[in-house]
Design a binder for this molecule. Sequence first.
Ligand SMILES: NC(=O)C1=CN([C@@H]2O[C@H](COP(=O)(O)OP(=O)(O)OC[C@H]3O[C@@H](n4cnc5c(N)ncnc54)[C@H](OP(=O)(O)O)[C@@H]3O)[C@@H](O)[C@H]2O)C=CC1
Ligand SMILES: O=C(CO)COP(=O)(O)O
Length: 380
Amino acid sequence: MTPRAKTATVRPGTRVAVLGAGSWGTTFAKILADGGADVVLWARRPELAREIQEAKRNSDYLPGINLPISLRATARLDLALAGAEQVFVSVPSQSLRENLIAAEPHLGANAIIVSLMKGVERSSGLRMSEVIEQVLPISPDNIAAISGPNLALEIAKQQPTAAVVSSTSLETAQAVALLARNDYFRSFVNTDVIGTEFGGVLKNLIAVAIGIVDGVGYGENTKASIITRGLVEMTDFAVAYGAHPETLAGLAGLGDLIATCQSPLSRNNTAGRLLGQGYSQSDVVKQMQQTTEGLASVGPILELAKAKGVEMPIVEQVRQVLAGTLNPRDIAPHLTTDSDEPQGERTLDDAQAHGGAALWGSVKRAFDQLRNSGRGSLGD
Ligand SMILES: NC(=O)C1=CN([C@@H]2O[C@H](COP(=O)(O)OP(=O)(O)OC[C@H]3O[C@@H](n4cnc5c(N)ncnc54)[C@H](OP(=O)(O)O)[C@@H]3O)[C@@H](O)[C@H]2O)C=CC1
Ligand SMILES: O=C(CO)COP(=O)(O)O
């Protein structure tokens, strides 16, 4: 799976919309505007739309950040979507369905819909691209997802980073990647939507576990053990659902896992830290002012894991801490067995064996893919 990209160019001023003016939606609108697109950002609260439109600020979510002069904002969905060739969606995952239903009458026939979200729908267990496909009369080839190590505030400060744009259609991924890039944000492409989306969902759960460990006061050994074993868990799960193991070794898997597990900017990490300090789930939910996808994803992910016979001991422990049935001090990087017998270490090699790839082969292919897709699609 090495996408060979065609050379493509971006039309300056291509009209796009971003739905959701929280920290990521606003940051992504800035990425697109700084890349030359004509961006209209939709905020559900008129006062926030007004602040962005008039003061070029979003003081609720990105304090201290100056937004591009060219960025426009509105609380009217019809105005945001009028003429938009690409629509980037960044609302909480649990509200995606209702927002798509509201947006549908205003969407252009050939608009590409891009998910920026990292959750699954609790009621259905569906990934965001699956919800989009279910709600809108749209071909899967017109849907994309973007994921990677993308802590919003760092990017809003124009610190360089990269992400993966994924679509079943390489051309769609390229068309989106060409707009979602500028001198501080680099988009690579792939066609593994399942792996790209699940990477973003699953790293949130491991980040909650790391936060718990931090809150308890355990150190680097515990965290490194959980991150390493967490990546195996993530890969096992995603591969069971059809992902390519290489994707989990890339920006949307390992890359995002590292960023989210080590940054205090991460809301999932912060929620975990509060749990580790002894706060209950309901206290944590009250304290978290921003979207914390991991808390909503634990249940559906464990259900999906069970359906495929995948063991996820770290995610299961997160569930138990959330439920108040496991003392946070007892969280540990368990092996995937209850046996008292010493077990062989299951590594990425084992997890990736489902996909028929050995670790170093797949890592090499991932690097090749990034190199090729970057050169081919971005024209440098
Ligand atoms: N922040 C980050 O660093 C990153 C976040 N993401 C993903 O982006 C998605 C959005 O997260 P993020 O921007 O951080 O969240 P925030 O909490 O910062 O913002 C959420 C936004 O969604 C709006 N919103 C809340 N409920 C609804 C609803 N029912 N209908 C419409 N809009 C609603 C909020 O509006 P209001 O202000 O009016 O409440 C706000 O504009 C998540 O899936 C997250 O995982 C991905 C990469 C990075
Ligand atoms: O996805 C993110 C970074 O890539 C943001 O993580 P949080 O949602 O935990 O803040």
